[in-house]
Design a protein around this ligand. Structure first.
Ligand SMILES: [Cu+2]
Length: 65
């Protein structure tokens, strides 16, 4: 699993937006969002860069932990 630090997540809508953005690129991806830790864990066939791009497109600041 790849873990990303994501800034600007605050609520369930953010969780959904990020999950949907990642799964739009890889429907088989599993996404775990920890709002308190500002972390997103992604299990998928995508590269870290691809995941970062998907999350960034939603307007969040994101980097690999
Ligand atoms: Cu939100």
């Amino acid at each position: 699993m790849q873990v990303f630090n994501v800034q600007g997540m605050s609520c369930g809508h953010c969780v959904k937006a990020i999950t949907n953005a990642v799964q739009a690129k890889d429907p088989a991806a599993s996404v775990r969002v920890d709002l308190a830790a500002k972390e997103v864990g992604v299990e998928s066939a995508m590269s870290a860069d691809q995941v970062i791009e998907a999350i960034r497109e939603e307007g969040y600041e994101v980097k690999l932990v």
